[in-house]
Design a protein around this ligand. Sequence first.
Ligand SMILES: [Zn+2]
Length: 194
Amino acid sequence: MSSKDGLIYTPVCYFDLRSGILCPRCEAKLRSGEITELDVEVARLLVNLESRFPHLQKASFIKAVDAEEYVFVVVGRGDLAKLNPIIGDLRRILSDKLGKPTIMLENQSDPRPLLEDLLSPLRIVGMNTVWIPDGTREIHIIVSGSKRNLPVSEKILHSIVEKLYGTSLRLTFESSIVNRRGGSRRTPKTDRVR
Ligand SMILES: [Zn+2]
């Protein structure tokens, strides 16, 4: 369907969302786990909101992720800017309908911008991917500041990275490294005082 008709992309056929009945292809995607009930529900909600918020017709809905106490709604790259005028209303409505606070995120192949958004105002000062001998990988990030200043819980960060990127996450806080290093740096100074 073209953008004139509604959301540019959803994981479910536009027609199915309008009619409320999944076609055999979408039904099969749901059964195979390629899409979830939550994806269908969020896609349906967004399609129903289109006439009220025409901005949605410029956006794509990629998927929804239920992560602990939040629902993450992933939209296409660059869509957050397009949705900016309505994002507050949209979040409110979706949170209300889904029964959990909703956070809108952009689809990114690189998890770094997403993690930067989630962690802001804390900063990522180091990031690398570690390959584990069993063939899986782990994203390791070093975050400025301390754990108690995390804007979202560590559990949520693990869950979102796991569900969006299929990898585990390891977080290290710079404050704990600085404390360790600071301890050793302080030793020569004390020596001088003595
Ligand atoms: Zn379909």
